[in-house]
Design a protein around this ligand. Structure first.
Ligand code: ADP
Ligand code: MG
Length: 363
């Protein structure tokens, strides 16, 4: 076994179609060169990535380029991760889960999650069925204001995680653990075994419904929460040394991040102030972790502050470990979104410079 820094973190920028024909554009995608030009004042800038998807790229085509190779790696025992970053309404949820997900038959607007399920369980009998023995489970959580909410549990069991307006609520908080064998996991989180697309889609729907009910009942703003759907795979593989078999664990995290826009100060009153602060904390710490990882990739010794927020701790394996990770940064092309779009392009550019450690198994 040897360790190497490799380019396992890839970045795609996806441009959302322009909503109103009247709007002026501030960016042009140059997909053939994997570049984006952003027209600014006083100067224009060009950023390059591993992939640039303009508005003509379909859900199916994006899946084939980005997620399908990760699904294969996951089945082969690698940790994999996809996360969507961008301002509210730039297309994160459209990309991650898509629309029409109440049908378990594949639809054109289905996003990455339903397509991952299709490949694992349905397409040509399902990739997982190539494994002799396996157990695949699914969990689904939301991080809101540094609290973890289990989306597979009924929202009636969720107590208010936020002390809004000075009322002290009881926490429904779950803790994250770092285990030598299992890696990062959330203690007490519900994990349901899945063997079919139908069951997996049912769990996706349940989680989305619980998220909606919880946010309505508790008056939460869902654009300020991060949702994490994880598939956990345990497969039995032959142990060459002993002739017996051993377990191999892998995890696939699919993450829809909170809107990356700066919180408006008018919202920052009472309980809302704390909410905005914590959401910023999660995304700010993510930014700090990324900067530290970039330094580390350049050979500078750095402490990586994974544990400073729930989100970065949960992403520890995905960003710094033996994981294949794809960031999809979503941007709106309208002139009015210039500042947020530029900030997203810069974040995505930093992430492109992260190289994580690959354990090369020379069996
Ligand atoms: P976010 O999750 O970032 O807040 P959404 O995914 O909800 O944003 O997208 C906002 C709106 O834009 C939705 O109505 C969605 O259907 C539409 N949209 C986003 N991206 C695309 C795309 N690539 N193609 C077509 N419609 C899109
Ligand atoms: Mg969304």
């Amino acid at each position: 076994m040897s360790q190497n820094y490799v380019d396992n973190v890839k970045v795609c920028v996806r441009v959302k179609p322009i909503q109103s024909g009247e709007s002026k554009r501030c960016i042009s995608a140059i997909p053939a060169q994997n570049s984006i030009l952003i027209a600014g004042k006083p100067e224009s800038k060009v950023f390059s990535y591993d992939m640039v998807a303009d508005e003509t790229v379909s859900q199916q085509s994006l899946y084939q380029s980005i997620a399908r190779p990760l699904v294969e790696s996951f089945v082969n025992g690698y940790n994999t991760c996809i996360f969507a970053y961008g301002q509210t309404a730039s297309g994160k949820s459209y990309t991650i889960q898509g629309e029409g997900v109440n049908s378990d038959q594949l639809q054109p607007h289905h996003g990455l999650i339903p397509r991952v399920f299709q490949s694992l369980f349905t397409e040509n009998g399902g990739l997982l069925n190539n494994l002799t023995t396996y157990k695949c489970t699914l969990s689904f959580l939301e991080i809101y204001n540094e609290h973890i909410i289990d989306l597979l549990e009924k929202p009636t069991n969720i107590q208010h995680p936020l002390p809004i307006g000075g009322t002290q609520g009881t926490s429904s908080n779950l803790n994250i653990r770092d285990d030598n064998t299992k890696g990062i996991y959330v203690e007490g989180l519900k994990e349901v075994e899945v063997k079919s697309t139908k069951v997996a889609m049912g769990l996706l729907m349940t989680g989305m419904h619980h998220r909606h009910v919880a946010s309505t009942q508790l008056n939460l703003n869902s654009s300020r929460s991060h949702s994490v759907l994880s598939l956990h795979l345990e497969s039995r593989v032959k142990d060459e040394k002993t002739g017996g078999s051993k377990s191999k664990y892998s995890r696939f995290n699919i993450i829809d991040l909170a809107g990356s826009e700066r919180q408006k100060s008018t919202d920052s009153v009472g309980g809302r102030l704390r909410e905005a602060g914590n959401i910023n904390k999660s995304l700010t710490v993510l930014g700090t972790v990324i900067r530290a990882l970039v330094d580390l990739s350049k050979g500078k010794p750095r402490h990586i502050p994974y544990r400073d927020s729930k989100l970065s701790f949960l992403l520890k394996d995905s960003l710094g470990g033996n994981s294949k990770t794809y960031l999809i940064a979503t941007v709106s092309p309208e002139d009015i979104s210039y500042t947020e779009t530029l900030s997203t392009l810069q974040f995505a550019h930093r992430v492109k410079n992260v190289k994580n450690i690959a354990i090369i198994n020379e069996e």
